[in-house]
Design a protein around this ligand. Structure first.
Ligand code: SF4
Ligand code: SF4
Length: 138
C-alpha cells in the first residue's frame, strides 16, 4: 500500500513557539475539547480580543501570532477560575502566561510609562505601577 504523506499545516516557526509554550506552561493544549467552560467563567473575557476557548483553539492550530496580538497573556488576571473548572485539567492561566512571557521576550510592552496620564501617576498606588511594570513590560 502506498504511504500517503500527511500535510501538516502548522509552520515550523509556530511549531517552535508551541513547543516553548508547552515547555514554559507544562500544559498540553491538545487535551482541550473546546467546551468553552473557561470562557464562561473568565472575568476578563470581555476585554480580550477573543475568548479564552478561542485562544486555546487557535494555539492548537499553530496560530500563535493571533493569540499574542489579542493580548490574552497580559489581560489575564491569573484568577485561575478557568483552571479549577476545566474538565480536562488544563491550567489555562499558565498557557496564557507563557504566551505573555514570549511576547515580552520580543520586547513588546503593553504599557508605556510616558503615556500614563500625570493624574494617574499622582493618584494611583505605587504598588500598582510596580506590579504592572513587572507583568507588562520587558
Ligand atoms: S475549559 Fe478546558 S477543555 Fe474547556 S475549552 Fe477551556 S481549556 Fe478547553
Ligand atoms: S486565569 Fe485568566 S484566563 Fe483564566 S479565568 Fe482568570 S482571567 Fe480568565
Amino acid at each position: 500500500m502506498t504511504q500517503v504523506p500527511i500535510f501538516n499545516p502548522i509552520a515550523s516557526q509556530d511549531k517552535a513557539t508551541l513547543e516553548k509554550i508547552a515547555l514554559i506552561s507544562g500544559q498540553d493544549i491538545y487535551q482541550c475539547m473546546q467546551c468553552g467552560t473557561c470562557s464562561s467563567v473568565c472575568p476578563m473575557v470581555e476585554t480580550m480580543g477573543m475568548t479564552t476557548r478561542q485562544g486555546i483553539h487557535l494555539l492548537q492550530f499553530g496560530k500563535t501570532a493571533a493569540v499574542m496580538d489579542a493580548r490574552i497573556g497580559e489581560l489575564c488576571a491569573s484568577c485561575h477560575s478557568c483552571m479549577v473548572r476545566c474538565p480536562r485539567g488544563i491550567d489555562v492561566a499558565k498557557v496564557y502566561d507563557a504566551v505573555r512571557q514570549l511576547t515580552l521576550r520580543e520586547n513588546i510592552n503593553l504599557i508605556d510609562l510616558n503615556e500614563i496620564p500625570k493624574e494617574t501617576l499622582t493618584d494611583a498606588p505605587q504598588i500598582a505601577f510596580v506590579s504592572s511594570f513587572r507583568k507588562l513590560t520587558s
